[in-house]
Design a protein around this ligand. Structure first.
Ligand code: UDP
Ligand code: MG
Length: 137
């Protein structure tokens, strides 16, 4: 059993894709263990994506991530991290496999609808960023 953190990004919320994203994860057998609709400050977005602080897209990404509400969720299941990554598709929607969330809904390499932790180490940083252990059921 594994847990991972996923986010419906501001573009996904604007496109009314909250239900669609959760549906796809549930269909893969993942269970929602925690769920919140929030809006990040610029500072909170910058700390969430701190691993990318030296990348050229960091400023633009963190501005985008704080432009409107997002949905953060903790998902639980066997191989939850890899399952979410497969369901999302490649970072660049142009490279994303057909039928993935990003292939179906992303319009831009930055505005790619969803986030998913990329490793156990990332999940261990990202889940507690939004959920206390008491919030996960
Ligand atoms: N991103 C971007 N330009 C790039 C690479 C990434 O705007 O060249 C954005 C995109 O929104 C991506 C996020 O930064 O989802 C985090 O990048 P990462 O490489 O971690 O991709 P992910 O894990 O989300 O697939
Ligand atoms: Mg990543």
């Amino acid at each position: 059993m594994e847990r991972t953190l996923s986010i419906v990004k501001p573009d996904g919320v604007k496109k009314n894709l909250i239900g669609e994203v959760i549906r796809r994860f549930e269909q893969k057998g993942l269970r929602v263990a925690g769920l919140r609709l929030i809006r990040l400050s610029r500072e909170e977005a910058r700390n969430f994506y701190i691993v990318h602080k030296d990348r050229p897209f960091y400023d633009s990404l963190t501005t985008f991530m704080s432009e409107g509400p997002i949905v953060v969720m903790a998902l639980e299941g066997d191989n939850a991290i890899a399952t979410v990554r497969e369901t999302m598709g490649a970072t660049n929607y142009k490279d994303a496999a057909p039928g993935t969330i990003r292939a179906d809904f992303a319009t831009d390499i930055e505005r790619n609808v969803v986030h998913g932790s990329d490793s156990v180490k990332s999940a261990d940083y990202e889940i507690p960023y939004f959920f206390s252990s008491l919030d996960l059921k």
